[in-house]
Ligand binder design. Structure first.
Ligand code: DX5
Ligand code: ZN
Length: 234
């Protein structure tokens, strides 16, 4: 799984589902690094999307990592199913698993990268005692459930606080835990998000909203450029 900044992860939630395979090929050809796969269950979040069957169908379409974001409760039963379907990473919400440590281990035992997701109101302290089991964290910059929402500005300081915690951990352990940010990311705000310390950037409507392969490449290139410029301002 590619780990080099800046990682752009288009969210298929805003793709044209009648041509999902083509949409995935087009964003990868346009420079996308991961495919962000949003799973919603109409229980943990008030929306319903796709599951392992669709992940399995997309697997042969691309060699890009499939980054599964589980907005489901409970979590554990889906872990082996997504492993079998070819997922490369699974992130899940702190509040959605009764036993976070166990769920993180389960994901890794199935050969995938494991990550915790923080809603806008979820404290970062949830990660403190499981850092050794984390490959990434996902900070939500909107409330989960829908694409196309506005970026919550307070997320910037939260990303910076997470970066400080994870940098301190990296100094101690020699291991880098990636920060992914999800919700309302656009070319105009990605620089500030990168500057705060994010490595990976999910974007649904900003990319797939363009509805043309040529424009996907253009917006992904613009996002990468602005992310690099933003981080450079540190
Ligand atoms: C929201 C999802 C996001 C969403 C992002 O619950 O987790 O991945 O698709 O969409 P945009 O980029 O449009 O905010
Ligand atoms: Zn997501």
């Amino acid at each position: 799984m590619q780990q080099t900044f800046p990682i752009i992860a288009p969210s298929i939630l805003s793709a044209d589902f009648a041509h999902l395979g083509q949409e995935v090929s087009d964003v990868v050809a346009g420079g996308a690094d991961w495919i962000h796969f949003d799973v919603m269950d109409n229980h943990y979040v008030p929306n319903l999307t796709v599951g392992p069957l669709v992940c399995e169908a997309l697997r042969p379409v691309t060699s890009a990592p499939i980054d599964v974001h589980l907005m489901v409760e409970p979590v554990d039963a889906l872990v082996p199913m997504f492993a079998k379907a070819g997922a490369d990473s699974i992130t899940f919400h702190c509040e959605a698993s009764r036993h976070i440590d166990r769920t993180l281990s389960l994901i890794r035992e199935h050969g995938m990268k494991a990550g915790l997701v923080f809603n806008p109101a979820t404290p970062l302290a949830w990660m403190q005692d499981v850092l050794d089991k984390l490959d990434l964290i996902l900070i939500m910059s909107v409330n989960p459930g829908f694409g196309g929402q506005s970026f919550i500005e307070g997320s910037i300081s939260k990303i910076a606080r997470a970066r400080a915690m994870l940098d301190e951990y990296e100094e101690r352990s020699g291991r880098r835990i990636l920060i992914e940010v999800d919700g309302g990311i656009k070319p105009k705000n990605i620089g500030a998000v990168a500057r705060a310390g994010a490595d990976a950037f999910v974007a649904g409507s900003a990319i797939f909203g363009k509805r043309s392969a040529a424009l996907y490449a253009e917006v992904i290139a613009e996002m990468k450029k602005n992310a690099v410029l933003g981080r450079g301002q540190n």
